[in-house]
Design a protein around this ligand. Structure first.
Ligand SMILES: Nc1ncnc2c1ncn2[C@@H]1O[C@H](COP(=O)(O)OP(=O)(O)O)[C@@H](O)[C@H]1O
Ligand SMILES: O=P(O)(O)OC[C@H](O)CO
Length: 496
């Protein structure tokens, strides 16, 4: 009988569970959304109870829909939205306030101070990250300061964790306080080179070591699922941040392999092998995974407005009814007629890093209509991703053979073809687009010994479609030139 694997995919807006066969076939999936809280402008929080309850519901429902007996689930893998910060009481499990979500900007000033004090280079060198409120370190500092909890943290009475830690502590027997290396690498407290919490960084942010979780490998025995959840104790044998799980689920195991996930935002990761590559083009250096104590590293870049640009067309401009129709609309015309949309609604990330740039729609004529704007919006997702890829190529000195894609907007074949055209690199869409959950399941299978090697997990990956570049070089360069001119005009717009 084929072995069954389960993945818990705890995301920013919903908790998901997917039940797979060991061949990577989806048997059933269940998604449970939960509320977002915005207590002040720029602040984003999640209620920890919502995270836990939605994840338990998703798992129970997915198992019910699959018709699989819980006793037949060989292993579970956890994957999660990263950086989101929880602090809870080690005795009661009660959380201190809500979780501070990765998108929350409340600690920007703490970061500004660190940079003004000249700590930016030290942070970059040790963690591979660009100092930013995005990461967990300053969020934890804020919680300890705001609730005046340093003494209790010092005494070991409190536990800090990202979503993976929080789920493990609450769902596993014996309440292990652990995190995996990919999640640890997003805290701005973890030293990529020593693979451990960094004393200098802890001192800088005044974080007591006693509240930090133990860092474990991405795949390997973590503990047993509490039988109260599915009626059976099931081994939990993997944990990974969602973008890292997706890299694994895309079988990007070789140096130079690269994937882009087209969700609300886009996250591009390139496997850089067993050495961290320090970016000179604004990318982050991050863990790909750590297996048998051996770290594999990646470069990462993100686009803030990916599929969210399409949501904007639907919800604010109201020129489309649903995301799927953008494909036909874009294909109904030959080009945007020189129109560019720079969706810098919340600034631009790598490689521009300009928080003051703003949305710009440029190049319009009397003949410009809805289709041109829709097409420009889709092209903008591809242009931003192409800029990330260029930064990766510049950092690594070699061009990838292909780009593996996944995420909701990767279903759009116009977008995928344009991505291939504008990068000049074939774009490969797999059969299973749930690569984040698949990656977590494969890592769990590896951790449980169901696959005997990393290579064996790649057999599960199957190509669906390949988009071959068709645009001639002159047109490609002209289009890119127009895009970069448009970006230049959006930069620093909101500075004053
Ligand atoms: N066919 C499509 N064409 C373009 N964008 C799409 C399409 N389908 C979904 N999207 C966009 O993809 C995003 C949803 O993808 P998903 O992977 O579920 O995102 P997330 O995990 O960030 O919630 C939305 O922003 C939506 O606008
Ligand atoms: O939950 P997602 O898919 O939006 O992913 C969030 C990222 O992990 C944030 O770094």
């Amino acid at each position: 009988m084929k072995k069954i694997l389960a993945a818990l995919d705890q995301g920013t807006t919903s908790s998901r569970a997917v039940i797979f066969t060991e061949d990577g076939e989806i048997i059933a999936a269940f998604n449970k959304e939960f509320p977002q809280h915005y207590p002040k402008p720029g602040w984003v929080e999640h209620d920890p109870k919502d995270i836990l309850n939605s994840q338990i519901t998703a798992l129970r429902e997915a198992v019910r829909l699959s018709g699989v007996n819980a006793a037949d689930i060989a292993a579970i893998g956890i994957t999660n939205q990263r950086e989101t910060t929880f602090l809870w009481d080690r005795n009661t499990g009660e959380c201190v306030g809500n979780a501070i979500v990765w998108q929350c900007r409340r600690t920007s000033q703490i970061v500004d101070r660190l940079v003004a004090d000249g700590c930016g280079d030290m942070i970059r060198e040790k963690t591979g990250l660009v100092p930013d409120a995005y990461f967990s370190g300053t969020k934890l500092k804020w919680l300890l300061d705001y609730y005046n909890l340093r003494d209790r943290a010092e005494k070991g009475e409190l536990c800090f964790g990202t979503v993976d830690s929080f789920l493990c502590w609450n769902l596993l027997e014996g309440r292990p306080h652990v995190t995996d290396a990919t999640n640890a690498g997003r805290t701005m407290l973890f030293n990529l080179h020593t693979q451990d919490w960094d004393d200098d960084l802890l001192k800088l942010l005044d974080i007591p070591k006693a509240c930090l979780p133990r860092v474990v490998d991405t795949a390997g025995m973590i503990g047993m699922l509490d039988p109260a959840i599915l009626g059976r104790a099931i081994p939990v044998t993997a944990m990974a941040g969602d973008q890292h799980a997706s890299l694994f689920g895309q079988a990007c195991l070789k140096t130079g392999d690269i994937k882009n996930t087209y969700g609300t935002g886009c996250f591009m990761l390139m496997n850089t092998g067993d050495k961290p590559v320090m970016s000179e083009h604004g990318l982050l250096t991050t863990m790909a995974w750590r297996i048998d104590g051996k770290p594999t590293y990646a470069l990462e870049g993100s686009v803030f407005m990916g599929g969210a640009t399409i949501q904007w067309l639907r919800d604010e401009l109201k020129i489309i009814e649903n995301a799927a129709e953008t494909e036909g609309i874009a294909q109904s015309i030959q080009s945007t007629g020189g129109v560019y949309l720079v969706p810098a609604f919340t600034g631009l990330g790598a490689p521009w890093w300009d928080m003051y740039s703003r949305g710009t729609l440029i190049g319009m004529t009397r003949g410009t209509g809805r289709a041109h704007i829709v097409r420009a919006a889709l092209e903008a997702i591809a242009y931003q991703s192409a800029d990330l890829m260029d930064a990766m190529i510049a950092d690594c000195g070699s061009r990838p053979e292909s780009l593996q894609v996944d995420g909701g907007a990767s279903a759009n074949s116009f977008l995928m073809q344009f991505q291939a055209d504008i990068t000049g690199i074939p774009v490969i869409r797999p059969r299973v687009l749930e690569t984040t959950a698949l990656g977590a399941a494969l890592l769990a299978g590896l951790g449980a010994g169901i696959y005997s090697s990393l290579e064996e997990t790649t057999k599960v990956w199957q190509k669906d479609l390949e988009f071959t570049p068709r645009m001639d070089d002159a047109t490609r360069l002209l289009n890119l030139k127009g895009w970069h001119e448009a970006v230049k005009r959006s930069l620093l717009w909101a500075k004053d």
